[in-house]
Design a protein around this ligand. Sequence first.
Ligand code: ZN
Length: 129
Amino acid sequence: MWIQRTPEEEAQWQQSAEQDARSHGLMIGILAWSFVVLALSAGWMVSFSTGVVVQRSFGGTFWMRLLIFGLLGSPVIFIARRAESRKALRKSRLRTICPKCDTAAEGNAGATCQCGGAFVPASTMKWVE
Ligand SMILES: [Zn+2]
């Protein structure tokens, strides 16, 4: 059954949710960065007006460009990480549960469930056998 979390347990939940969100954000950040850096280093530019990928040479060898764009592009990691971890954290905070029938939902805390129960934020409840 679902029982109410103690304030300490709720704080713990917040902490682990933040940690999860941060590592998720970092992963997305690194993915975005490697994609951008590799594409630029290979000389691929997406022409936004036409939507086609065109090859453009920036001069230098591939590895030289990889190094330069890697450094120039590193803020991408931080920007994407911040945006993505905020998004992930917001999402986990929005998660709700109906303790009566075990239905999970999102962003409807306080709403009435089909079973007559009420949705509460998942952060305030925990499952015990
Ligand atoms: Zn319900």
